[in-house]
Design a protein. Structure first.
Length: 267
C-alpha cells in the first residue's frame, strides 16, 4: 500500500476503503479551533472527492484554520445557524454519491468513519450510528432516547430502536439527498421519516461511541436542557408530518374522557 500511494502521489497515512462510487464529507463547526484541524486531518485519510467545512457563528480562529488548509471547500455563515442547518447547506455543495456527516468538535479516527461510507457505497441510503448497545435500559433512558425510539416505532421501524439522524457520524446516499431534498436535513428526524416513507434503505450498520466523547456545554447537560428540547421538538414535528401524510389527521385529536372510557370498556 505504501508503495502504491507513494507512486500515486497520495499521503501515506490513508485508509484504503474499497469504494465503487464517489464520496464526500461535511463538517459542521462553531468555535472548534482546538479540534477542527484534527477532524480535517482524519477526513483526509479517506478517499473523499470533497471535504466541505461549514463554519457558522464562529468567533475564534477557526476561519483562518480552514483557509490555511488545502483541498477544503469552505461554507462560511457569520451568524450561528446550528449543526442541522449546516448539514443541509453542506449537502448542497457536493455531487458525491455518498456523503459522510461529522461535527468539528469530535475527533474520530478515519477507521471508525470508513464503515459508514462503505455501507452507503454497498446500497444503504441512510447509514445511522448504531448507539443501541450504549444506552441504559428503557426505565433509565432520558427523554431524548425515548422519543427517538417512539418515532422509529411510529415509522414501522422498531428495529432501529433509538438510532437517529440527529446523531453523528452518519452517511447518506445521493439518492437520499435528491429524494428528500437537502433542506429537509435541517430537521433530521423529519428527513429520516421521509426516507422511510419513500422506501429508502435505512440502516444502522456500525457504532461509534459519541456519547462519552460529546463535548459538554451548558446547553446540552441536565434534564430539560435546550438541546434536548430542540431534539424532542424535531421528533414531534416528524411524527406529526408522518401522521398527516398517512391520513391519520382524525386520529390525532384528543379523545374525551367518555370516549376513552368507552374504548376501555369495549374489550
Amino acid at each position: 500500500m505504501q508503495g502504491y500511494v507513494h507512486a500515486a502521489g497520495y499521503p501515506v497515512d490513508i485508509v484504503p476503503v474499497p469504494l465503487h462510487h464517489s464520496a464526500a464529507a461535511v463538517v459542521c463547526a462553531c468555535n472548534e479551533e482546538r479540534t477542527l484541524g484534527k477532524v480535517m486531518a482524519q477526513l483526509k485519510r479517506l478517499p473523499l472527492k470533497d471535504i466541505i467545512v461549514v463554519l457558522n457563528g464562529t468567533t475564534d480562529d477557526s476561519l483562518n484554520l480552514v483557509l490555511a488548509e488545502s483541498g477544503i471547500t469552505l461554507v462560511y455563515e457569520p451568524d450561528r445557524a446550528g449543526h442541522d442547518v449546516g448539514r443541509a447547506l453542506g449537502a448542497k455543495m457536493t455531487e458525491a454519491e455518498a456523503i459522510l456527516f461529522v461535527d468539528g468538535d469530535m475527533v474520530l479516527p478515519a477507521e471508525q468513519l470508513a464503515p459508514f461510507l462503505y455501507a452507503v457505497d454497498r446500497g444503504s441510503d441512510v447509514a445511522l450510528n448504531n448507539l443501541s448497545s450504549l444506552l441504559p435500559p428503557f426505565a433509565r433512558q432520558d427523554e431524548v432516547s425515548r422519543i427517538k425510539a417512539y418515532l422509529n416505532r411510529t415509522l414501522g421501524r422498531p428495529d432501529l430502536e433509538s438510532n437517529s439522524l440527529t446523531a453523528v457520524p452518519h452517511a447518506l446516499s445521493r439518492k437520499m439527498i435528491q429524494t428528500v431534498k437537502p433542506e429537509s436535513l435541517a430537521v433530521p428526524p423529519k428527513a429520516q421519516a421521509m426516507a422511510i416513507r419513500h422506501g429508502l434503505n435505512v440502516t444502522a450498520p456500525c457504532q461509534v461511541d459519541v456519547i462519552r466523547s460529546n463535548r459538554l456545554r451548558t446547553t446540552n447537560t441536565g434534564s430539560g436542557n435546550e438541546v434536548a428540547g430542540l431534539i424532542i421538538g424535531d421528533h414531534l414535528e416528524a411524527i406529526a408530518t408522518w401522521m398527516a401524510g398517512a391520513g391519520h389527521e382524525a386520529d390525532s385529536r384528543t379523545l374525551s374522557r367518555t370516549e376513552v372510557a368507552y374504548r376501555r370498556n369495549a374489550r
